[in-house]
Design a protein around this ligand. Structure first.
Ligand code: SF4
Ligand code: SF4
Length: 384
């Protein structure tokens, strides 16, 4: 006698195709409708389901810890709703605009004092889960400074998405790391000590590294985000080595856009042609990509501390609506640009997807190529 049970870290996601998502491993498995039908039954209390599955599929699910085989019943509620199309997979939730640092390249500019109210944050979690969301990116400002941060943190294990906190890392002590319920923290490292401190303030690199060590000791995955600027280009090899030594799970490397404080600190900006040479250092999927035939951000939106739903952090002045009126209805108002509409004519279109639309707009217009991606791939910038 045995009971098959969907692992507690696994959730069924009905996106453009059906998937199983392991929130802890951040692994998305594409499956078919028949497999979803079978997995829906694996609730830990139904006897002898083994005969209903293909032996090969069953042994794969057991080996990947998608399923567990139990001798005693242990109930698991399993649910799956159909996601909207395109699916909202990644939600950037700016829970506060308070910050303890004044970074010279911060695209948000001056910090504020606004916290997203707790009740709205929890309503967003509920809606994002119902919409089949994959990754909740809890950001700011510095998220830990939200006045009810720990109240929000305590609710995270109730949800079937991966939670990732974006932090400058400087406030993360051993005690804080041990209380965090997020699966991953993305810490900003904008170079080694000299390059990082040149834009984030003296002493901030050492504190961020202490924060990363505390997170790793607490068993939390750590990813890193790095902006390429005029003070850190000599440091990329050393940073690459450090990233390897620290077993970082994802490294997002990007060129900053002229916005916020960077408008007053333009000496930090490198020509795109130069900055693009460092893009190859990064690895991992990130949250800004798209599937099928759409451009960047086709599965992403952001919510500001005042509750505005926006395309991404660069569009605070073009809200799709107020999240209190419904995340789904705001998402359904989003206009998605098709790849075919871009003025991109190169062999990399399906992997590049035209790069960043905000940067394209700064360069020429929303349909133009992203010059950073063109330089990084050696594509001549001729399209208008
Ligand atoms: S415009 Fe740029 S920042 Fe915004 S979603 Fe696209 S790639 Fe991301
Ligand atoms: S490399 Fe340039 S032209 Fe090619 S898809 Fe990317 S942004 Fe467009």
């Amino acid at each position: 006698m045995s009971y098959l049970r969907l692992n507690d870290d696994c959730f069924l996601k009905l996106l453009e195709s059906p998937y199983v998502y392991n929130v802890k491993k951040d692994e998305l498995y594409e499956v078919n409708d028949k497999a979803i039908g079978f997995l829906m039954k694996c609730n830990g209390i139904t006897l002898n389901l083994e005969s209903e599955a293909e032996p090969e599929f069953l042994s794969y699910c057991l080996s990947e810890n998608i399923l567990e085989e139990l001798e005693e019943p242990k109930e698991r509620k399993i649910y799956a709703n159909k996601a909207p199309e395109p699916s909202l997979r990644y939600l950037e939730l700016q829970i506060t605009n308070k910050c303890n640092l004044i970074c010279r390249h911060c695209y948000l500019g001056e910090a504020g004092k606004t916290d997203l109210d707790y009740e709205t944050a929890i309503k967003i979690f509920d809606e994002f889960e119902k919409m089949q969301g994959l990754r909740l990116l809890i950001t700011g400002g510095e998220p830990i400074l939200h006045k009810r941060f720990w109240g929000i943190n305590v609710r995270l294990p109730d949800y079937g998405f991966r939670s990732i906190m974006l932090s400058n890392g400087t406030l993360i002590t051993k005690g804080i790391a041990e209380r965090l319920n997020v699966h991953e923290v993305q810490v900003s490292l904008d170079g080694m000590e000299n390059g990082h401190d040149a834009i984030r303030g003296k002493g901030s690199f050492k504190k961020a590294i202490t924060g990363i060590e505390a997170l790793k000791s607490a068993g939390i995955d750590v990813s890193v985000a790095t902006m390429i600027h005029s003070k850190n280009t000599e440091e990329f090899d050393a940073l690459n080595k450090l990233i390897e030594e620290m077993a970082i799970v994802e490294w997002n490397v990007d060129v900053p856009c002229s916005a916020g404080y960077l408008l007053n600190n333009k000496e930090l900006l490198l020509p795109y042609s130069e900055a693009a040479q460092y893009m190859h250092y990064g690895f991992g999927g990130g949250s800004h990509g798209s599937v099928n035939n759409l451009v960047c951000g086709s599965h992403l939106c952001a919510v500001t501390p005042s509750g505005k739903v926006i395309r991404c952090g660069f569009y605070p002045d073009k809200p799709l609506g107020d999240v209190r009126d419904g995340l789904r209805s705001c998402w359904e108002r989003m206009q998605h640009i098709k790849l075919a509409e871009l003025n991109c004519d190169c062999e990399y279109i399906n992997e590049c997807k035209g790069g960043c639309r905000y940067r394209a707009e700064l360069y020429k217009n929303v349909y133009a190529p992203d010059p950073v991606q063109c330089y990084a791939r050696g594509v001549e910038l001729t399209a208008s």
